[in-house]
Design a protein around this ligand. Structure first.
Ligand code: FAD
Length: 288
């Protein structure tokens, strides 16, 4: 089994306490030498300024390669591209480009009258600027709005052809579905890397509800295992084991890069990484 390269996703802090928690998380995970760390952009574009500030501060203070998420929701093309320029001015040249989800309670994605109509238009504009490495979302179990799996893969191909360099997937609980998706993407002529998104299960009830909303299958064996683990107060132990096994199944099949949804909590992600052989990289100059 190869030791994977990893990356970590955070969300922008909305309070002073959350800022400290994010910083502790970054400190705990930075020694694992991530390819990049990314900061999400709240549904409906709600964290625009927070995301901008968080990526700029992380870039300046952590020494890590930082990627900013950017969506098309609730902004004109000019406003969206101005935010991208602000990222670049802060030294952040990696973007996770998404159509985005609308604010809670609204009925599906409605493009802004002067905004990007979909993710492909956003990717094309970012790519034309030549300033960014562009990553996009991918959906091994199909995006809930896609007509079928093939339509979803065809759309992913359009995103890659529009200038995206890599895809990061929605989370999933069984390796087989991802592997089938990877094969189908290769068959469709997608050559860009497709990096599995891994969600360590911090809070079973929350993750199960979130999975239902995203269209991620929750296998019965996982339901049963968490029901038992909750009774025995062993949820963390189970979460580490389940996530490590999923990752090693993927690595056994030639996957060499993993993207972790940390939810700004480092412990499970760090324990899983350690179990996979991703251990702190200490530089000689920092030891002396
Ligand atoms: P797209 O891939 O463009 O569209 C979603 C699906 O709809 C497609 O798979 C395709 O099947 C279909 N579709 C859409 N438009 C068309 C069209 N014109 N023709 C044919 N089919 C079409 N959301 C946030 O708000 N902020 C974030 O920071 C954020 N980060 C994310 C990170 C990752 C790695 C992932 C996987 C998702 C993230 N999301 C985030 C969620 C994402 O915004 C939602 O899943 C959203 O509904 C789709 O965005 P997308 O860019 O993947 O959409």
């Amino acid at each position: 089994m190869t030791t994977p390269q990893v990356s970590f996703e955070f969300f922008p802090p909305q309070s002073l306490e959350a800022s400290f928690r994010l910083w502790d998380t970054v400190q705990a995970l930075a020694p694992l030498d991530p390819r990049f760390v990314s900061v999400t952009y709240g549904a409906g574009g709600t964290t625009r300024d927070l995301t901008r500030d968080a990526v700029a501060t992380l870039h300046k203070s952590s020494g890590l390669n930082v990627a900013a998420h950017l969506t098309c929701v609730n902004a004109s093309k000019a406003e969206t591209l101005q935010i991208a320029r602000d990222f670049a001015d802060a030294g952040v040249n990696e973007i996770v480009a998404l159509r985005g989800d609308p604010p809670k309670g609204s009925n599906g994605f409605q493009p802004h009258p002067e905004g990007f109509a979909n993710s492909v238009e956003l990717i094309e504009a970012l790519s034309e600027s030549g300033d960014f490495t562009i990553r996009v979302g991918a959906y091994p179990e199909k995006h809930p709005e896609a007509a079928d799996m093939q339509a979803d893969i065809d759309w992913l191909k359009r995103k890659i052809d529009a200038g995206a360099d890599e895809a990061l997937t929605q989370f999933f609980f069984e390796a087989e579905g991802f592997l089938r998706f990877r094969d189908a993407c290769a068959k469709a002529g997608i050559t860009a890397p497709i990096v599995p998104g891994i969600l360590p299960i911090e809070n079973w009830k929350g993750v199960r509800n979130f999975a239902r909303r995203c269209g991620t299958t929750v296998p019965t064996w996982l339901e049963d295992a968490f029901e038992k683990a909750t009774r025995d107060d062993r949820e963390d132990l189970l979460a580490t084991a389940v996530c490590t096994e999923l990752c090693s199944d993927l690595l056994d099949e030639g996957v060499d890069t993993l993207h972790f949804y940390t939810l700004n909590r480092p412990e499970l992600t760090r324990d899983v990484c350690h179990a996979l052989g991703v251990t702190p990289q200490v530089r000689l100059e920092n030891v002396a």
